[in-house]
Design a protein around this ligand. Structure first.
Ligand SMILES: *[C@@H]1O[C@H](CO)[C@@H](O)[C@H](O)[C@H]1NC(C)=O
Ligand SMILES: *[C@@H]1O[C@H](CO)[C@@H](O)[C@H](O)[C@H]1NC(C)=O
Ligand SMILES: *[C@@H]1O[C@H](CO)[C@@H](O)[C@H](O)[C@H]1NC(C)=O
Length: 336
């Protein structure tokens, strides 16, 4: 049996499975459309032979530590680095407190940027300053056809909501340590992020608690819908609730490669210090397919360092992560 036939069969089987099951989040029509699109894309691979960058380098924003010490003023949790590396990207840390010129030069050298989760201000921290600069450069570049993906996870998601709306619209939710299934929206069928996901991972995402939430603040569906700056900019792909308040959990910009997840795709495969982090096969596949999606976005960017020496100097390989699992929520951290 050809691979394509096999994939098509799997899709048929899954569609059948869904047909007999009541799903809280995806209506049957939606599942069929989603899976039909998947089947189509599996059967008719894209014929375009557009150029592709198979050596993408993605920047990850550092952020200030809570209690600075010598040589430990900012950090990146290593799981974000592993997340990107697992799908074929290399990583460059984007340090706080750089000059605009330094950030611009980095922007022109990188193929995407990831705003990780954490605990600093989305308005006034060094992380927020760097995020704003990269966001504005990315809007400008993408507007003239220079593809540059921006990804926000948790705090990074909240940062994106702030940058796009110009307001801090977050509401308190009871979501400090809980794994949830995604409640996919009808609109998600038109989205890009989950298009390449295998049907089994997609169905697990919709039915099993495999997206890890560690946030006290959320963008409620109500706040989102009340701001045209957000509504016109982002397609909501999924929502969740804490039992009382519904919030946006996954979104992507309509016209830009800008993506946000309030949940943590990187944790399932790489973090072990909390009991609510899911590690099932579908949970770990979710980590990979999210990374694969983002890295494929970065493969459409052709920014590069001026020379190999500059590239080598910037890569995260110049730093060693420290084992912190005994006292922190992260197994390993890069300190700067
Ligand atoms: C960034 O700059 C501010 C202001 O000069 C300083 O207080 C802070 O310690 C710096 N942070 C880092 C991580 O370098
Ligand atoms: C918060 O959510 C947890 C489940 O994740 C639940 O056990 C707890 O009772 C909730 N707390 C409040 C104040 O609603
Ligand atoms: C999923 O979202 C819909 C609205 O889009 C809502 O009616 C439904 O209650 C939600 N389900 C869950 C489990 O949150």
């Amino acid at each position: 049996m050809s691979l394509q036939h096999q994939q098509f069969l799997n899709v048929r089987l899954t569609a059948h499975y869904f047909g007999g099951t009541s799903l809280h989040s995806l209506d049957n029509m939606h599942i069929f459309t989603l899976l039909f699109n998947l089947a189509l894309s599996a059967t008719f691979p894209s014929c375009s032979s557009a150029k592709r960058n198979d050596a993408p380098i993605i920047g990850v924003l550092a952020q200030e530590v809570f209690e600075p010490q010598p040589h430990m003023t900012s950090y990146i949790a290593a799981s974000y680095v592993k997340f990107l590396e697992s799908a074929g990207a290399r990583v460059v840390p984007v340090m706080v407190n750089q000059t605009l010129e330094e950030y611009k030069s980095l922007f022109n050298s990188l193929n995407g940027v990831l705003y990780p989760g954490g605990g600093v201000s989305i308005v006034s921290s060094g992380y927020a300053t760097a995020a704003k600069i990269f966001y504005e450069l990315a809007i400008e570049a993408n507007s003239r056809g220079d593809h540059f993906p921006v990804w926000g996870t948790c705090l990074g998601f909240e940062e994106l909501a702030y940058l796009t709306s110009g307001e801090n619209l977050l509401s308190h939710t009871n979501t400090s340590g809980v794994a949830l299934p995604l409640n996919f929206t009808k609109e998600s069928r038109d989205g890009r992020m989950f298009k390449g996901f295998p049907a089994d991972v997609l169905s697990a995402l919709a039915t099993e608690a495999i997206t890890e939430n560690s946030h006290q603040w959320s963008l409620t569906t109500e706040s989102f819908n009340s701001r045209k700056e957000l509504k016109n900019f982002y397609r909501v792909l999924s929502t969740n609730t804490d039992g009382t308040t519904e919030f946006v959990s996954t979104m992507e910009a309509y016209k830009f490669p800008i993506y946000g997840t309030q949940w943590h795709p990187e944790k399932n495969a790489f973090e072990w210090s909390r009991p609510y982090i899911p590690h099932s096969p579908a949970a770990v596949k979710t980590t990979f397919y999210m990374a694969d999606f983002l890295v494929n976005e970065a493969r459409q960017s052709f920014h590069r360092f001026e020379n190999e020496e500059e590239e080598k100097k910037a890569l995260i390989y110049n730093y060693n992560p420290v084992y912190t699992g005994v006292k922190s929520a992260f197994e390993q951290i890069y300190f700067f």
